[in-house]
Ligand binder design. Structure first.
Ligand SMILES: [Cu+2]
Length: 356
């Protein structure tokens, strides 16, 4: 190859690389602050928690604010360990980007990378948003304790095909989206942690964890509020992103409709599964599309009930291990997502993207 042609080839290659980078990849900088706080259960029980927040002066948020990026983005996720607002506890924290295929340094396991020290310690995790899907971020420091205490949230990577597609495939189109993060609390461990003044005293055997509170973003009836209340209009395709960061499995059973499982753990399913019960184990994430039959497809007598103005038609989506649909044994409560059917002619403005 002569010099001229080689030079021309290099210019074309570099231009293509520059266009490729600018067109698809954005640099996204996100910060999460690790600290503590309290969460009040519907029965009035005040529970001490650890968690992340996007507010440098705030308490922990349970679950942590959702992180939303686009496929191809270069994510610089900064963890600042503020130290605790509500106790003298001095411990390190990390962020494990659950589902991202990253080098160990950015994987957030303190034994294999770093623990971010309290009172202002900082670490930047670099993540490449290579695949669209639903991910988890959580602390991996003393994992059975710090997860149970509340250090978790969701990461959504939107597909290149567009923000209304779960994956790069026409079949994963959705009109609106909801996100649910499943977890649970054993208040006794939280009380033990609140009394501990310094790190690592053995105060509660994690093998004794037996939760009394189950949470789908929040314990019912908190889930009657936005953004947890799942609203659906006949004919709509609703994407539900659901993850389980607790330490128990759940059998999430939906009433009055079915869902199609289109994705699991950041991969689109080649053969989607239609079901009314999702068995979701710790660490799993699922992408489901829900529809309900159109007005024309239900019998006359049912239309009267379904669309009568002023009468809210509601369905439950709950853990079929039904004792978990309680708050410390009192039904109804716990892992219980209410679904509200919105009449087709309703003027209510429905939020497209709903997440904690
Ligand atoms: Cu932690």
């Amino acid at each position: 190859m002569d010099t001229k042609r080689w030079f021309f080839g290099m210019v074309v290659l570099l231009a293509a690389m520059a266009i490729g980078t600018s067109a698809f990849a954005a640099k996204v900088e996100i910060t999460r602050y690790a600290t503590d706080g309290y969460m009040t259960m519907p029965d009035g029980k005040k529970i001490y928690v650890f968690g992340f927040t996007d507010d440098p002066n705030g308490d922990a948020k349970i679950p942590a604010p959702t992180i939303i990026v686009n496929e191809g983005d270069d994510i610089y996720l900064t963890l600042v360990n503020k130290g605790m607002n509500r106790s003298e506890n001095l411990e390190g924290h990390t962020i494990h980007p659950h589902g991202f295929l990253v080098p160990a340094m950015f994987d957030g396991v303190p034994e294999f990378s770093v623990s971010v020290p309290p009172l202002g310690g900082k670490f930047v995790y670099y993540l490449k948003a290579e695949r669209p899907g639903t991910y988890i971020y959580h602390c991996h420091m003393r994992a059975p304790v710090h997860i149970e205490m509340g250090m978790y949230g969701m990461i959504i990577v939107r597909s290149k095909k567009g923000e209304h597609y779960a994956f790069n495939d026409e079949s994963t189109y959705f009109d609106r989206e909801y996100a649910y993060i499943l977890s649970e609390f054993d208040y006794r461990l939280h009380e033990a942690e609140s009394k501990k003044e310094t790190c690592c005293g053995k105060t509660f055997n994690v093998a004794d964890i037996h939760p009394q509170y189950w949470i789908a973003n929040a314990p019912f009836p908190e889930t009657l509020k936005d953004p947890h209340l799942l609203k659906i209009k006949p004919g709509e395709r609703i994407l539900v992103r659901m993850l389980n960061i607790g330490q128990e499995s759940h059998a999430m059973h939906i009433h009055g409709m079915e869902f199609t499982i289109v994705g699991k753990d950041q991969n689109m399913l080649k053969s989607p599964i239609i079901s009314n019960t999702l068995h979701i184990a710790p660490g799993e994430t699922f992408d489901l599309i829900i529809t309900i039959p159109d007005k024309e497809k239900i019998p006359e007598y049912a239309k009267v009930l379904r669309y009568k103005q002023g009468l809210d038609e509601m369905f439950p989506w709950h853990d079929h291990m039904d004792y978990k649909a309680t708050n410390n044994g009192v039904f109804p409560g716990g892992m219980f997502i209410p679904i509200k059917v919105i009449p087709p002619d309703s003027k209510e403005q429905l939020t497209i993207f709903n997440h904690p």
